[in-house]
Design a protein around this ligand. Structure first.
Ligand code: ADP
Ligand code: ZN
Length: 519
């Protein structure tokens, strides 16, 4: 059957080769094994169910949460002469009935359905009258409450599997924290050995971070490096989007705004215009992008700091989907960090707050690192084999920046983590180091520790930067549930003076050289 799949790849889609992991995924599905495919956006998930759908005798049902996405795929597949249709409320009564008839006559290979309609009696009845060979669940992370986009309708999809036990199931997602993966596998009866995780690296994306000094000027410079090319600029807020769009339009750029405050008609009109190259730049909030498949976006600019790596990755992933080079620039300013922190402070649920803080810290680690930017990015997705240098990020291609020997400061920090019992977050540790009289410090009698008030060489902000770099270098681990910092074995080496610690701080530092002292 795999031969057949290769044949379909060439004859229907015109591609010569499977991408890494597509082949293994498709082989597993053709082998009737329920399968979980985790692939980055643009990685080529669609073929993983489209090809089995064509090869199998019988119908393949594709569950997809967005009508626009379905429409796209139905159109594309029909253009390739693969009989495909959808059933949803966007159709006229006649078209709907025509589709039902075609399905009943077994003329349709792939049927696209929304999760909320698939369990309707009429649809279940229809599916019961035909041979359902395969059930594909796109955006499968929506199944999990641990995901970033939980949808209750997805929870019930396992009923569909029970109803059609001879159909093989493939679940696909670009999101893959371990917890979400476990959830999907459990609910859809997918064996451990049938989980495939493609590399999340997108080697054609150049990743750069610049200090946000004069953002509008920086944005213009960046745009001008890509004349006549399509690009997306992400801003944090709707008003930010509107302001920036107005400025760009005023300066003669071909730009449109996109955010959830615009009505549907405008939004889909602007999206269409972008896809058709009538307009070059879309300035948008994160509302823009899900489900758009424009292969030749040549750059993504983050005008503000994204809230987490997940979002950042999804957004830069909209560039260079054709595999050609694309540029991603993040403008990083401490003011933005403050805004995000303020937003997090407003959260009432403690667990959510902790999670949001952790996400922010991961994002900051990427923005502040002086190592390859791909390390924090790929680490986030659980990738094990990491390159030392990617040659496609600013840190790998630029001249090395001056790092300072901050071993003594690192020792102070680590020692303070140890002496406070490895139960506290960075903010508290820094309060102790800087001799704060905060209630939490006094209550815990941390003002009595030898590490109290020995860290005035840095501001709180600098210590925060340092602590994130220590987390990133693996000296400290952050407890997922409670947020406390814990020492790793590597930290022991620094504390014993067996290894140095070099790092880069944004502002000049006054390092105290009182080495030899124990804290
Ligand atoms: P995803 O759904 O994972 O975001 P898509 O399925 O839309 O990604 O695929 C992204 C792009 O890659 C599409 O333009 C698709 O045609 C192309 N593509 C997928 N697989 C291959 C392949 N084996 N060879 C060449 N191009 C491919
Ligand atoms: Zn790199």
């Amino acid at each position: 059957m795999l031969n057949q799949a290769s044949h379909v790849l060439k004859s229907v889609f015109g591609f010569d080769q499977f991408r890494e992991s597509q082949q293994a995924i498709i082989a597993n599905v053709l082998n009737q094994q329920n399968t979980l495919a985790i692939m980055p956006t643009g990685g080529g998930k669609s073929l993983c169910y489209q090809i089995p759908g064509i090869v199998f005798e019988g119908l393949t049902v594709v569950i997809s949460p967005l009508i626009s996405l379905m429409q796209d795929q139905v159109r594309q597949l029909n253009e390739l002469a693969v009989p495909t249709c959808m059933l949803n409320s966007s159709l006229s009564k006649d078209d709907y009935q025509d589709n039902v008839n075609a399905i009943e006559q077994q003329k349709v290979k792939l049927l696209f359905l929304a999760p909320e309609t698939v369990l309707q009696n009429s649809i279940l009845g229809l599916l019961g009258r035909v041979n359902v060979a395969c059930i594909a669940i796109d955006e499968a992370h929506c199944i999990s409450e641990w995901g970033h986009d939980f949808r209750p309708e997805y929870r019930q999809l396992n009923q569909l599997l029970e109803r059609f036990p001879s159909a093989v199931c493939i679940a696909l997602t670009a999101t893959a924290t371990p917890r979400v993966r476990e959830d999907i596998k459990r609910q859809l009866h997918i064996a451990q050995s049938s989980e495939y995780i493609a590399s999340f690296d997108r080697p054609n994306l150049y990743i750069e971070v610049l200090p946000k000094d004069n953002p509008y000027q920086q944005a213009k410079t960046f745009i001008e490096q890509h004349p006549e090319q399509s690009g997306i600029i992400y801003c944090q807020s709707r008003s930010g989007v509107d302001d920036l769009t107005a400025k760009l339009q005023h300066d003669g750029y071909s730009a449109l705004a996109y955010h959830a405050g615009l009505n549907n008609v405008k939004r889909s009109d602007y999206q269409e215009r972008f896809i058709r190259d009538d307009v070059q730049i879309i300035v948008a909030t994160i509302a823009f992008g899900m489900g758009i498949n424009k292969p030749d976006v040549r750059y993504v600019l983050h005008y503000d700091l994204p809230k987490n790596i997940e979002g950042y990755y999804q957004q830069i992933g909209r560039a260079g989907r054709d595999g050609l080079d694309a540029d991603c620039l993040l403008l990083f300013g401490y003011g933005d960090t403050g805004k995000v922190r303020f937003f997090i402070e407003q959260m009432s649920n403690e667990q959510e707050k902790r999670l949001a803080n952790m996400h922010l810290n991961q994002m900051l680690a990427l923005a502040e690192t002086e190592e390859c930017r791909r390390l924090p990015l790929l680490q986030y997705f659980g990738e094990k084999e990491l390159p030392e240098k990617c040659h496609k990020c600013d840190n790998c291609t630029n001249q090395p920046k001056d790092k300072s020997d901050l071993t003594v400061s690192a020792q102070k920090f680590l020692s303070c983590v140890y002496r406070t019992g490895e139960r506290f977050g960075a903010s508290h540790i820094i309060d102790v180091l800087r001799g704060s009289n905060a209630e939490k410090v006094l209550q815990n009698q941390h003002n009595m520790l030898s590490t109290y008030n020995i860290g005035n060489e840095f501001t709180k902000k600098q210590w925060m930067t340092l602590s994130r770099q220590m987390i990133q270098k693996g000296l400290l681990r952050q407890d997922e549930q409670f947020g406390g910092l814990k020492l790793t074995q590597q930290a022991g080496e620094i504390l014993k003076g067996n290894a140095p610690f070099f790092a880069l701080l944004q502002q000049p530092v006054g390092q105290s050289h009182s080495s030899g002292k124990t804290f």
